[in-house]
Unconditional design. Sequence first.
Length: 194
Amino acid sequence: MTTFRIAGICGSLRKASVNKKLLLRAQQLCAERIPSAVIEIVDWSDIPVYNWDLEENPPESVIRFKNDIADRDAMLFITPEYNWSVPGPLKNALDWASRVRLGDRGDVFKGKAVAVMGASPGSAPGSSGSGRAQLILRQSFVSLNCYCINLPTVMVTDAYNAFNEDGSLKNVRLENNIVSVLEQLIALGEKSKS
């Protein structure tokens, strides 16, 4: 049986990011509960600011990122929320990878299954756990012709206090939602490949 490969992409580049913790937890839950799949974390930290002038000779980091997406069966994005929006660097990376003529892989997003999760440190009433950023990112995936998992949602609020020392989430419902999203992502990815 072939292993289903998921590109894990964290929208925060900080090493100590709560969103990086969430991605690592999703990776661990996948390994523990879904042996037919693996989340492979994609590093995109060296992608430069998009510049049309570089399209004829794109940076190696851009080609590598685009190939990383093309080589996976589905994508899992973990996004923080900055001023109620998607982080600019993440949007920049998506802009680069969406350029069909870069490299020899063509349109790497078309028909790809994608899921979005996120965390935010906010704990005040109305904190969305990156919900607004997730919504904006999902809109980008509509333009990229991806198939997105909509429910259940994974929005971790008060994220600095949401994790146990071993990296697991204190909220068991969120842990189960992560597994459910991953299972649906795999099913959708398998369907879209066929």
